[in-house]
Each structure stands twice: as structure tokens, then as C-alpha cells.
Design a protein. Structure first.
Length: 322
């Protein structure tokens, strides 16, 4: 992983953070409430073997972007994210109106961000149709990273990588034609099948759960990140807060600690959905202040989640990794 300080660009952060906002509390370093700094540097990292440089905080297409009838809020969040230097946006056709919002409100700023989407299709023809639909919704000719969504089962792996017409050939074809630039995969239930896919040598990126509860069983942090680095594959962390379950079940761990924990796990970026502008700004300032926690702090955070593993990472299979 190569760390890059973004070409001296400074991002104006316009509003102050005053205390707790919907449970998100910034660490206190003075007696006063933390205020957003007037100028913050967003650190960038190179995404594996790709030529992409991405901010360590990226915007996920869930949260408010999933909701119907929230057009104005989606518009403000997407454009404000770009204004703050959040230049990686992840979406999916399965995330409600997320793709339509991106196409409607920021397609005119397409040159400012890396765009990643996904497909739940597994066979050749349906993958092509799925990506054509995404291109239309996103109002773009090129998707930077197209990810296999939820590569979690033996069936997923077989349909995509084995047989006479494996689905991965559709993605390779579109990459060769310049319709997509890179091929990725997401997984959150069983790391062993993502590991098998990584060994095929086709994946440029992976999107995986990265939170302290992950390490206790079938760990993506332990089993996937080292393999991805061996293959020079970009690593993006998701489920940093486990869809809000982690702060609820382990309230002594702050969201800032969870962000910093994830960023310390040899990932290139963390992908987080937000509900409003304040949440967006809080995440950006927390990541701009990232310093790697001590090994003792990391161990303590992991220890606090040990008994909560199955309540926090509820999608994860108990199938033994091999």
C-alpha cells in the first residue's frame, strides 16, 4: 500500500461539529467541543495495482442514497462529498435509487471521482445486461470498477469462474472494450470463496468487512487482506460500523475509533454510507485526523467485540475457512 498526500489540495469544511450528532461523537482533545477545521488534508492511497489514487474515506451508495423521494438531500450529499475531496463513490443497482441519484446529480462532475458499481448477476448474458442498465442509470460511458456483488458461495464461484461460459468472461470482455476499467468483487459472508477468486488472478480490487468483530471467526482481515496484498489487489473496507450494530452493542468504542481501526488494517479506503451532511463532514474530519492506533489499543478494541461477534457480523457464515 502506497500512501499519498493529495497534491496539496485542501478541502474547505464549512460547518462546525458541536458535540454528538446522532450518536457520532468526535474524540475530545480539548475542553471545548471539537469544531471542524477550516482546512483539512484528505490523505490518498494507491488502490492496489490500479492507477487509481483514492481518498481514505469514500462515500457508500447506501444510507440516504438508497431512499426514494429524498432527491434534495441526495443532491446535497453527493455534491458536498465531491467538494470535500471524497473522490471515490461506491454504488449498486441493488441500492434503491443510488445509481439514479448519482447519474442525475453528479454525472456532470464525472471527471472528479472514481465510480464503482456492482452486479448480482452470475451468468455471461445477464452480467452484460446488468452493466448496460447501470451505465444508463449512472449516465456515463465508463465505470471505473465493476464489482461482483456478494461473492459468498461455492455456486457463485462456479458460475463466475468455471464451466463453458463463466460470468467472469463478460467482465473481462467489457474491460478489454474499455466499458469498465477494473474488475472487483465484494463479499461479507464467507471469505474462502473470495480467496479462491483472488487466486484466479483476475480481480483488481476487493470490498470486504473491516471491523474489530471480524477477527474472531472466518476473518476477512486475517485471511483476505494478506492474500490481496500478495496479488497486489486493492482493498476497500466496508461495514466499519456493521450497519450501526457495533456502536449500539459496544458503546464504549467510538465511531472515530472504528474508522481509525479500519484504516489501520492495510486497506486503501473505507466505504461508508451517510444519512446527512453532518454525518458526511464528521466522517471526513475523523479520517483526515487519522493516526494509526497502538497495537495495545487495537487489541483492546478487538477484545471488546469478542462475545458480540455473531450479533455484529450477522451475515457471516460459520463455514470453516480452508
Amino acid at each position: 500500500m502506497e500512501i499519498i498526500i493529495s497534491d496539496n489540495r485542501f478541502y474547505n469544511l464549512k460547518k462546525a461539529v458541536k458535540g454528538a450528532i446522532t450518536g457520532f461523537v468526535l474524540d475530545k482533545c480539548t475542553n471545548n467541543s471539537i469544531q471542524m477545521q477550516n482546512r483539512a488534508v484528505m490523505q490518498k492511497r494507491r488502490l492496489g495495482k490500479t492507477n487509481l489514487e483514492v481518498p481514505i474515506f469514500s462515500l457508500g451508495g447506501q444510507g440516504v442514497l438508497e431512499y426514494y423521494y429524498w432527491n434534495k438531500r441526495a443532491d446535497k450529499i453527493l455534491n458536498h462529498a465531491l467538494d470535500l475531496g471524497v473522490s471515490y463513490i461506491d454504488t449498486s443497482p441493488n441500492y434503491g435509487k443510488s445509481q439514479q441519484y448519482i447519474g442525475k446529480y453528479i454525472s456532470h462532475r464525472r471527471h472528479e471521482f472514481v465510480l464503482a458499481s456492482k452486479t448480482r448477476s452470475r451468468d455471461y448474458d445477464n452480467i452484460l445486461r446488468s452493466i448496460e442498465k447501470s451505465l444508463n442509470q449512472l449516465r456515463t460511458d465508463v465505470i471505473d470498477i465493476m464489482q461482483i456483488h456478494c461473492l459468498d458461495t461455492e455456486s457463485d464461484f462456479h458460475q463466475l469462474f468455471q464451466g463453458n461460459y463463466p460470468g467472469i468472461k463478460a467482465l473481462i470482455r467489457l474491460k478489454d472494450e474499455g466499458v469498465i476499467n477494473f474488475i472487483g468483487a465484494s463479499s461479507d459472508a464467507s471469505p474462502q470463496y473470495l480467496a479462491k477468486a483472488l487466486r484466479e488472478g483476475v480481480l483488481d480490487t476487493v470490498l470486504i468487512p473491516v471491523n474489530p468483530a471480524d477477527v474472531h471467526e472466518n476473518s476477512y482481515i486475517k485471511d483476505i487482506i494478506p492474500l490481496a496484498r500478495e496479488k497486489k489487489t486493492g482493498v476497500m473496507g466496508m461495514q466499519v460500523f456493521a450497519s450501526g450494530r457495533l456502536p449500539e452493542l459496544a458503546p464504549d468504542i467510538t465511531r472515530v475509533q472504528l474508522l481509525h481501526y479500519a484504516l489501520s488494517q492495510d486497506v486503501d479506503t473505507v466505504v461508508v454510507g451517510v444519512e446527512n451532511i453532518k454525518h458526511l463532514e464528521e466522517n471526513v474530519i475523523a479520517c483526515s485526523r487519522f493516526r494509526k492506533p497502538s497495537s495495545e489499543s487495537i487489541e483492546e478494541i478487538e477484545k471488546q467485540t469478542e462475545k458480540l461477534f455473531h450479533r455484529i457480523n450477522r451475515y457471516k457464515s460459520r463455514e470453516v475457512f480452508s
